[in-house]
Design a protein around this ligand. Structure first.
Ligand SMILES: Cc1ncc(COP(=O)(O)O)c(C=O)c1O
Length: 361
């Protein structure tokens, strides 16, 4: 059978490092609900990221949902159309309305210069996305938010371990929400976390992830079940030990792609600051959708499975009315393909993928 090369594979610690944590779960019988492993993971993440609090939850999607509740957001929330569907549908699930603003053509993150014209009296927040881990213009976004008294929630699903001017990018905004899904740089199989600036908001997030109960089991908030299980935390504790090595290997492979593809006239790369990026994806932007489809077809014939991230632009999805024309996001969405990138992908496989791309156009 032809070897399949997927767009991503989870980075996993050796099983022998996970087993002692699992044994402790079997001994105590504590499977979930603010268990000791999850508490340990929260504390280890705080130390690793140098942030003062981390509220671990079941996934990145519910991290954003409880973030919207913790800040009492209502009405319109300004966001980017070049993102995963979860960014926008949590806004509608929380009975708010996403208002899409176009993106920067080079970084592919929300264009902060277009935010102000989208603000109305109904706007309560800005929800930008650190796309493929490249930080948004966090300083300008903060200024705009302050000027208009808006909250900022970052969809930092991709941005684990990314620093901006020496600080974790998760420390920006009122709340940053990260995903620990199996496809992410650091994973707990399914999982996520919220980092809030204000300790009171952090406490509220803890209540919201636990049905709205406080420490005395009084029902004080309109919460949900967003708890991270001990099994997920066990995986996270083991995986976190390897994160720096994971980034190092991914960065090397990303740069190998850059080197092999940089001569090609029909593709470009995301504009990044190499110090503020975690190399969790290998996105390339083709000159046209036609070339993208051609490349994609030829790779799939060889058992290589690239993926279109994020297609289509959410500004053209019927679910989100009124539809708006946002030309940069629409063009970028149509022309981006993520190539395989993961720690166990061999150099030979990367060379083969690049050869196929060169040959097919
Ligand atoms: C930009 C973005 N936001 C949110 C999510 C949702 O995270 P999760 O899968 O952990 O719910 C994802 C994807 O997984 C994502 O890519």
């Amino acid at each position: 059978m032809k070897k399949q090369i997927w767009v991503t594979q989870p980075t996993l610690a050796p099983l022998s490092e996970v087993i002692p944590y699992l044994e402790s779960i079997w001994e105590t019988g504590v499977m979930t609900h603010n268990g000791p492993l999850m508490q340990q993971l929260e504390s280890n993440l705080c130390s690793y990221l140098n942030v003062s609090n981390m509220v671990c939850v079941a996934n990145g999607t519910c991290a954003m949902q409880i973030a919207i509740r913790a800040l009492d957001l209502t009405g319109e929330i300004i966001t980017t159309p070049f993102t995963f569907i979860a960014t926008a549908n949590i806004i509608t699930w929380e009975r708010c309305r996403p208002v899409f603003v176009d993106i920067n053509p080079d970084t592919w993150t929300i264009d902060p210069h277009k935010i102000e014209e989208a603000i109305t009296e109904n706007t309560s927040a800005i929800l930008p996305v650190h796309v493929f881990s490249a930080p948004c213009d966090v300083e300008l976004i903060e200024k705009i938010a302050e000027k208009h008294q808006l909250k900022v929630v970052y969809d930092a699903a991709h941005a684990m371990a990314v620093k901006y001017k020496g600080h974790s990018v998760l420390s920006y905004g009122d709340i940053s929400c990260v995903s620990f899904h199996a496809t992410k740089l650091f994973n707990t199989a399914e999982g996520g976390g919220c980092v809030a600036k204000d300790p009171d908001v952090s406490e509220r997030l803890r209540r919201l992830r636990f049905f709205g109960f406080n420490d005395n089991k009084d029902i004080v908030d309109d919460g949900m079940n967003a708890k991270m299980t001990e099994v997920n935390a066990a995986l996270g504790l083991a995986n976190l030990r390897h994160i720096d090595e994971t980034i190092r290997v991914r960065k090397y492979k990303y740069n190998l792609y850059l080197q092999l593809l940089s001569e090609l006239p029909f593709l470009t790369f995301q504009k990044i600051n190499p110090e503020s990026y975690n190399y969790s994806y290998m996105p390339v932007l083709f000159d046209s959708e036609e070339i993208l489809l051609e490349v994609s077809k030829s790779l799939i014939e060889y058992g290589i499975m690239p993926r279109r991230y994020f297609y289509p632009s959410l500004s053209s999805v019927q679910l989100f009315q009124p539809l708006r024309s946002l030309p940069i996001a629409e063009r970028v969405s149509k022309c981006i393909l993520c190539l395989p990138l993961y720690t166990t992908l061999s150099d030979e496989d990367i060379e083969m993928i690049c050869e196929l791309i060169k040959k097919c156009v």
